[in-house]
Design a protein around this ligand. Structure first.
Ligand code: BDR
Ligand code: CA
Length: 309
């Protein structure tokens, strides 16, 4: 099988942790690196968590540190879902791997060049590292085959009525990415709110018995309580959705359209403005907005992957 070379850019983050665990079990993916960015928690935590998670699951993959704040804005973390340290209260043993000194954006550029245009970048945190790579390296946009993101929404938001967290956090960076010319596959709230697991399904998953299944269960408890309070049927698996889309697109449906990010709006800042449901009059249609998931098949795939631990 020809594996897909990928870098996962993330801000672990409880659902980022699940995405890393699932990606490690996908034989379709060849994970070249993990790059980390400030978002759900400050960079010191997201970098540490990324390293600890990869070590805990036995993945020999280098983890790089990226941006400590959005391009122009102040960092706003999401402690109410992810806890102050980004792991929802779960403490993992410290990674024993050596610490990488190369910056995330330099690693992204170097690896993309090594992969000669075949690299898929999966971005499940704010897009700051990607924007820095795009502005630092002129050839960056020609070296990446596609970017699969968790971010945005054609309709609605979760931080504000208009904006999803990863885009809201750094709208300028997201706009740079959407207008770079690189094809973007957007797994936003339209699909991720439907890609959920119920409390009962998560309990059943823990019964698989591995330490990774227990981590899956434990790390999601704070988020699960948050979704319970909202009256939702389960916890949205935002970041796993992007990783599963990268490997199993047949589980999803969507459509090509144009996207721009609102960077000036007073109450609409961070909105992913799309012509998906309107006149298709935007200049380019380089974004595939994922709108639907076969939830049963999605959850089954998660069970299959986690059963390999
Ligand atoms: C996104 O924001 C973060 O809190 C999650 O990790 C996910 O990437 C959902 O809006
Ligand atoms: Ca994330």
């Amino acid at each position: 099988m020809n594996k897909i070379p990928v870098i996962i850019d993330c801000d672990p983050g409880v659902d980022d942790t699940l995405a890393l665990m699932l990606a490690h079990q996908m034989e379709e993916l060849d994970i070249k690196a993990i790059t980390t960015v400030a978002g759900n928690a400050p960079i010191a935590y997201t970098f540490r968590n990324g390293r600890n998670v990869m070590d805990y699951i036995g993945a020999q993959v280098p983890v790089y540190k990226g941006a400590e704040k959005p391009l122009l804005r102040t960092l706003q973390t999401a402690a109410h879902i992810h806890g102050e340290d980004g792991m929802g209260g779960v403490v993992l043993p410290a990674s024993k791997q050596s610490v990488e000194s190369e910056a995330a954006w330099d690693a992204i550029h170097r690896i993309a060049a090594e992969e000669k245009g075949e690299l898929t970048l999966i971005a499940v945190g704010p897009m700051t590292n990607i924007a820095i790579a795009l502005s630092k390296y002129e050839d960056m946009k020609d070296l990446i085959k596609r970017i699969v993101i968790m971010g945005g929404a054609a309709i609605g938001g979760n931080v504000t009525p208009c904006a999803e967290f990863n885009i809201y956090e750094d709208p300028e960076a997201a706009e740079m990415m959407f207008t770079s010319g690189i094809p973007v596959y957007m797994c936003g709230l339209d699909v991720t709110m439907e890609a959920y697991m119920s409390r009962a399904e998560i309990e059943k998953l823990m019964a698989l018995g591995s330490k990774e299944a227990k981590l899956f269960h434990d790390v999601e408890q704070k988020a699960l309580a948050f979704y319970d309070e909202m009256g939702r049927p389960g916890v949205a698996l935002h970041d796993p959705t992007a990783v599963l889309f990268a490997a199993y697109p047949e589980l999803f449906q969507g459509e090509w359209c144009g996207v721009h990010v609102e960077t000036k709006g007073k109450i609409t800042s961070g909105k992913t403005v799309t012509d998906l449901y309107s006149d298709k009059q935007f200049d380019t249609h380089n974004t595939f907005i994922v709108t639907k998931v076969d939830r049963e098949a999605f959850v089954q795939k998660i069970f299959d992957l986690m059963a390999n631990y």
